[in-house]
Design a protein around this ligand. Structure first.
Ligand code: GLC
Length: 480
């Protein structure tokens, strides 16, 4: 392939590195896409290869291995490496065409402060995140861990120590689960590209890759997640991905692995957008807080707490997880703008955690004002646009008593409703078309979303589109 002509996206697409990219809806405004009902069958999983014998073997233990992860819902992704020193996106080397021999110099000039990972872990804990996934090696090929297989590693270069070990210890100290991101694609290894056409090079490169993964699975105690990334330029057979996963599971029997070594693994990985996999298939949306994974000092396009909380709700609504990225600065500091958002999200989760953690996938369609999650027969109505005063209340009975949250197409019968923030009981009416919660406070009781807990006499289902065909339209335009 002609590297100079390939954009990052076509690069990933062409080699099927990220299953999520098979979807059309990658969106810079994820909440807009996120409002859509998670589809019962997404392109994401439709594009998955057939399960292999190795994957089938893991199926039997999957439910038990993944129980904590389904409960957890929210994790922190960390992209940190030599690209952080440049501070212009983690693809700077490829996108800007930095010559390899120059790029390598960064390894000598990467001097993180000691134990920076402690700040990440504390920030994750405060944000309500239950697990972390750190780049052990990104596409640039630099290993953040000590390894016998290359000197291009943190212990033997600028940092002078094993950054992955610090991270593992920091995460454990905060009681968080530990995940390793590992990029199969390697822009530094001499065989990393030629391996596609040269069998001897492929052999060397695959042995190197399996060797690094073996070290990661051996040297750090129990690891909870292995998060493969970009499989370019090889296919699953050439990577010997089945053997790779078998080795991983033999060393870490309780681990969960994603699908980016081109096997189905345990979960799908939609990137920068929210799309549920088909029922029964686990999925996790990974997303940046601005528009870059690695530190990018010029990227000011920060998502608001409103967006992040809403995305988390949307993921939980579809039974998925949300892996939210930080790109620490070269010294390891969390960018202040990221910290602020994480703090706000954590504050919200402090009071509203039960509406997220351990919730179940639901048949719930969000609308302009409300998003939803559920557990059993309890529906959590996340009011993201609080109604407050409306002049319509003067003329329309529908909006009396004033401050109404109305949900079209809610089934089944509602038994009770209360504001989660204050415990205050909420009055309501319900008919075949609409469920009206009335007499609510004028000002939103919580930010960025206020939750109303609604008990139903069966599994709650919300879909205003199903109600609309039932609507009597014969008198349209003849109001008295
Ligand atoms: C893509 C990018 C990479 C990032 C990853 C996160 O594969 O190439 O930079 O690490 O997505 O999912």
């Amino acid at each position: 392939m002609d590297w100079s002509e390939s954009t990052r996206r076509s690069f990933l697409k062409q080699f099927g590195a990220a299953g999520a990219l098979a979807l059309t809806a990658a969106s810079a405004a994820p909440h807009a896409e996120g409002l859509a009902l998670p589809q019962a069958s997404g392109g994401q999983t439709a594009a998955q290869p057939e399960p292999t014998p190795a994957d089938l073997k893991q199926t039997a233990t999957r439910e038990a291995r993944m129980a904590w992860w389904h409960e957890a819902k929210f994790g922190m992704f960390i992209h940190w490496g030599l690209y952080s020193v440049i501070g212009q996106h983690e693809w700077a080397k490829e996108q800007e065409g930095v010559p390899l021999l120059q790029y390598e110099l960064l390894a000598k000039h990467f001097h993180p402060k000691p134990n920076a990972a402690r700040d990440w872990a504390r920030a994750a804990k405060r944000a309500g995140q239950k697990y972390m996934v750190m780049t052990t090696k990104h596409h640039e090929g630099f290993c953040n861990f000590d390894t016998k297989l290359t000197d291009y590693n943190a212990a033997k270069q600028g940092p002078g120590r094993d950054l992955v070990r610090e991270y593992v210890e920091a995460a454990r100290a905060e009681g968080l689960r530990v995940g390793f991101y590992y990029s199969l694609m390697d822009w530094h290894h001499p065989d990393g590209a030629i391996c596609k056409t040269d069998e001897a090079a492929r052999r060397r490169f695959v042995d190197y890759t399996h060797g690094l993964i073996r070290e990661l699975m051996t040297n750090y105690g129990k690891i909870d997640i292995l998060w493969y990334d970009v499989a370019w330029p090889l296919n699953a057979e050439q990577w010997e991905s089945e053997r790779m996963n078998e080795m991983v599971f033999s060393l870490q029997p309780d681990i969960i692995v994603n699908n980016r070594n081109l096997l189905p693994g345990d979960f799908s990985t939609p990137e920068q957008h929210i799309q549920a996999a088909e029922e029964g298939r686990a999925w996790e949306t990974c997303m940046t807080l601005n528009d870059s994974w690695g530190f990018n000092r010029g990227d000011k396009n920060w998502k608001s707490p409103w967006t992040i909380v809403d995305n988390l709700i949307t993921c939980a609504r579809g039974g998925g997880n949300y892996l939210l990225n930080i790109g620490p600065e070269p010294d390891g500091s969390v960018p202040p703008a990221s910290q602020e958002v994480l703090e706000a999200v954590g504050k919200w989760l402090d009071g509203n955690g039960k509406t997220i953690y351990g919730t179940e996938r639901g048949s719930l369609v969000a609308d302009a004002s409300c998003n939803y999650t559920r557990r059993g027969n309890t529906l959590y109505v996340h009011v993201r646009c609080w109604p407050g005063h409306t002049p319509a209340a003067e003329w329309l009975d529908f909006y009396k008593p004033e401050v109404v949250v109305a949900i079209g197409g809610l089934k089944p019968k509602v038994l009770s409703a209360r504001l989660l923030k204050t415990g205050q009981k909420v009055e309501f009416t319900q008919d075949e078309f609409t469920f009206r919660l009335t007499g609510l406070p004028m000002v939103a009781p919580d930010e960025p979303a206020s939750v109303i807990e609604v008990e139903c006499d069966g599994e709650p289902i919300v879909n205003h589109a199903e109600m609309r065909p039932l609507w009597p339209r014969n008198k349209v335009g003849i109001s008295e």
